[in-house]
Design a protein around this ligand. Structure first.
Ligand SMILES: [Zn+2]
Length: 332
């Protein structure tokens, strides 16, 4: 019986084998892009570890008390730690509080589990604090981390975890899942699969809120139009980020533009011609602007956007940051 996690069958099989063979490790690190299913897979794993009536070794029933409480993220032996919001900092106090709880005996499950989400957001103090738990694990505890990639963490942390690297699903397989689960028409399901870059969690979020999907396409459209626009329009666009409360909007904008420039890169380079683009809606514009640029130009833009995203975590002037980026945008 499957865990009902979309994609990542190899990881599910591996984790099931760990449970069935009594070989579970103390710590696991689930890596991959946001929306790829890191948390979903970790939670399914915890259900399989805690289930009171597993239908098979490594499975879970979904209806016992432990399974039900875990589905609501309200289990007395589960402790979730994360930054207050994506992009913020996970601090040492959060780690310490959870470590304190991990040291106590489990109430209703064989282990107490700490689940730290987006652990790349943990500052150095917080990461160092967690290192202690990894080096001297308490016997009845499990540690699960999610992160965008293992290089974003201290090497001493990732080396002590079993790393489960999640990759996007094949787009047609994801589209088929969406058609069945959300009764979507094939074209729309495929469009969303592209938009989500094969990330099942992200695709489901877009399927459930079509406004989000429209907004993302519109942000990409803005980005591609800016390539043909001069300084005046670029400064005007940057001025829309004057308010410091726009930080999450700018974060989303930069993330969408990462995908946009990746699309341009795929559209311009020979080797990318088989890889699917994210923005099927913008195919004509992508081809038009790709023809005017070069792989080098688009690669540099991706690097520049990545840099800007890392600056976002600091206390920066958003408008200036955006102006800086847009001045360095290619002029096509
Ligand atoms: Zn169960």
């Amino acid at each position: 019986m499957s865990w009902d996690v979309w994609g990542h069958e190899w990881a599910e099989n591996l984790l099931k084998k760990h449970i069935a063979g009594g070989l579970t490790r103390h710590a696991y690190l689930f890596t991959g892009a946001p929306g790829i299913g890191r948390r979903t897979l970790a939670l399914a794993f915890i259900k399989a570890l805690y289930c009171q009536d597993p239908p098979e070794p490594g499975g879970f029933c979904g209806s016992c008390r432990n399974c039900k409480q875990l589905a609501k993220l309200q289990h007395t032996d589960l402790f979730i730690g994360q930054a207050a919001a994506p992009g913020e900092t996970l601090k040492i106090d959060t780690v310490r509080e959870i470590q304190h709880n991990l040291n106590m005996q489990p109430y209703a499950a064989p282990w107490r589990t700490a689940l730290f989400l987006r652990f790349e957001e943990a500052n150095l103090n917080a990461q160092n604090a967690l290192l202690k738990t990894l080096e001297e694990p308490t016997p009845l505890s499990k540690l699960m981390l999610t992160a965008s990639n293992e290089n974003a963490l201290l090497p001493t942390i990732s080396s002590r975890c079993e790393v489960i690297r999640l990759r996007p699903m094949a787009l047609d397989a994801l589209a088929k899942k969406l058609e069945t689960a959300r009764m979507m028409l094939p074209d729309e399901a495929l469009r969303l699969s592209h938009l989500a870059g094969g990330r099942p969690g992200y695709a489901l979020q877009l399927a459930d809120s079509p406004d989000d999907a429209e907004r993302i396409v519109s942000i990409a459209q803005d980005g591609i139009e800016l390539l043909g626009q001069g300084t005046v329009q670029r400064f005007a666009y940057a001025a829309s980020f004057k308010d410091v409360k726009k930080r999450p909007v700018l974060r989303e904008t930069l993330q969408v533009w990462q995908s946009l420039f990746r699309d341009l890169l795929l559209s311009v380079s020979e080797e990318g011609s088989d890889s699917p683009v994210s923005f099927l809606d913008l195919k004509d514009d992508l081809e038009k602007y790709a023809a005017k640029g070069s792989p080098k130009i688009f690669r540099e833009s991706v690097a520049e956007i990545n840099r800007m995203i890392s600056y976002l975590n600091a206390n920066v002037n958003l408008q200036l940051l955006t102006e800086n980026l847009l001045l360095n945008f290619p002029n096509l």
